[in-house]
Design a binder for this molecule. Structure first.
Ligand code: SF4
Ligand code: SF4
Length: 446
């Protein structure tokens, strides 16, 4: 694709990077077929190719973003299915990240938008505030249809996403080291993060148990916090970079102290961002090298677990699992084989979800900001899952787990919870009743 940036614009490293990306696009349109918003809306401007043209014009003209451009960029899930499909290697993620940052700096959103985005950016990254918000959301959950009827669909969506149970009491794991009982075979940092400790502490607990059982020491680095992914996708770049620097400092102290073989992430949306810290901070002389080192050590938990070869893993009861591949894991990190290999290696029957490349509609805060599109994608995903008649759904991202749980009674757990169970850990709570039924029916058949 030809571009017409001025030399002055190209002095800016972000513009220079985006120009390179734009030039790689040969506008073949292959990416349109796998783009969820194009599949739903059929509008070229809601396809990757259409958005690439919109971003190109917006950046070249160097004028404030228009309402029309913002509408189509906001509808993008950042699912990155287009990057998996593109034969020319167009790095859409870095391009749309730049576009979101540019929009944030040049476009004044309506007041309601600004308020909601500001609230999410503040609450979701603060453990205490998030816990309080979940408790309040639990109380107000029955009012979701009222908000819908009043035309406040985003607030309705927010309430519907609130888990049905009170969050578990807080456990302070920051700065703690979890050592294996026997000989230490490795040492890793595990991201505790911002949402997981409130919505899914069982994932962190299962990961620690599972790794310790394999002889791996786990540290939750002192000072770590939100990875910055949520605000990064809102275009709030200064906040995202500040959160990234904070985590880089925390993990650098560990790397240079007791040492780290890897930095493990159990939320794939966060993993994609942490793996990109090196790029995000490439122009910061004080952080570029440290950020690149942190990114090079970042692994999805499944990537690390396959290297350990879980010899003793055995499914306690026979279960058919629909494996939902989170976009951030399959498209963002190109990790697709590992979680399925681990689950089937443990004796579970693993099935791929039809149309597995399409997003479930979670996508960070997308399910709150774009409820209509998000609900359509969730319904489509759940219909595809239902065709498999699974006992359980497994996924590697709390965003997808929360999103899918609002529309199905099939239990959903993180992949590591199944692996922990299969190597001697407790039965994951959502599976307790199912496991009891399966076990007694197996006994009857003996
Ligand atoms: S598939 Fe790649 S090269 Fe083709 S239009 Fe899409 S982004 Fe451009
Ligand atoms: S990131 Fe996803 S929604 Fe956005 S353009 Fe690419 S395929 Fe479409």
């Amino acid at each position: 694709m030809q571009t017409t940036f001025t030399l002055a614009q190209l002095q800016d490293p972000q513009f220079a990077s985006s120009e390179k990306i734009l030039r790689a696009c040969v506008h073949c349109g292959f990416c349109t077929a796998t783009c969820p918003t194009y599949v739903l809306l059929g509008d070229e401007l809601d396809s990757p190719r259409g958005r690439i043209y919109l971003i190109k014009d917006m950046l070249e003209q160097d004028q404030p973003a228009t309402r029309e451009v913002v509408k189509h960029i906001d509808r993008c899930l950042s699912c990155l299915a287009c990057m998996t499909t593109c034969p020319s290697g167009v790095h859409y993620m870095h391009l749309v990240d730049h576009a979101r940052d540019y929009i944030e700096q040049t476009y004044k959103r309506p007041m309601s938008d600004r308020l909601l985005r500001g609230l999410l950016a503040r609450v979701l990254v603060d453990l205490g505030l998030f816990r309080l918000a979940v408790v309040l959301g639990l109380i107000a959950r029955p009012l979701a249809p009222v908000f819908d009827a009043l035309g406040l669909r985003r607030l309705g969506a927010l309430l519907r996403l609130t888990p049905r149970r009170k969050p578990a009491p807080p456990v302070d794991r920051i700065g703690k080291v979890y050592s294996p009982e026997g000989r230490r075979l490795g040492r890793v940092a595990l991201l505790s993060g911002c949402i997981n400790p409130v919505l899914a502490p069982s994932t962190i607990e299962a990961t620690i148990r599972l790794l310790n059982r394999q002889g791996i020491e786990v540290v939750i680095a002192a000072g770590e916090g939100c990875c910055g992914s949520l605000v990064h996708h809102m275009g709030r770049e200064d906040e995202a970079l500040s959160q990234a620097r904070n985590n880089i400092d925390a993990w650098t102290r560990e790397i240079e102290g007791a040492g780290l073989d890897a930095i493990l992430v159990t939320v794939s949306g966060c993993g994609t961002t942490i793996k990109d810290y090196g790029f995000m901070l490439r122009n910061d002389p004080a952080y570029a090298a440290k950020a690149a080192r942190v990114s090079s050590r970042a692994r999805d938990v499944s990537e690390y677990l396959v290297t350990l070869k879980l010899q003793d893993a055995r499914a306690p009861v026979p279960l058919t699992i629909a494996y939902h591949a989170a976009c951030s894991l399959q498209h963002g990190q190109k990790v697709l084989r590992e979680p399925k290999e681990l689950l089937s290696g443990a004796g579970f029957v693993v099935k791929d979800v039809p149309e597995g490349h399409l997003c479930c509609g979670s996508a960070g805060t997308y399910n709150i900001m774009q409820p209509a599109l998000s609900e359509q994608l969730r319904a489509r995903k759940l219909a595809n899952i239902k065709r498999l008649k699974p006992d359980v759904i497994a996924a590697g991202n709390i965003g997808c787990i929360t999103q899918l749980a609002t529309g199905t009674d099939v239990p959903i757990v993180h992949t590591v919870e199944l692996l922990d169970w299969a190597t001697g850990g407790p039965t994951p709570e959502p599976l307790a009743e199912l496991a009891r039924r399966k076990a007694s029916s197996a006994e009857r058949n003996v």
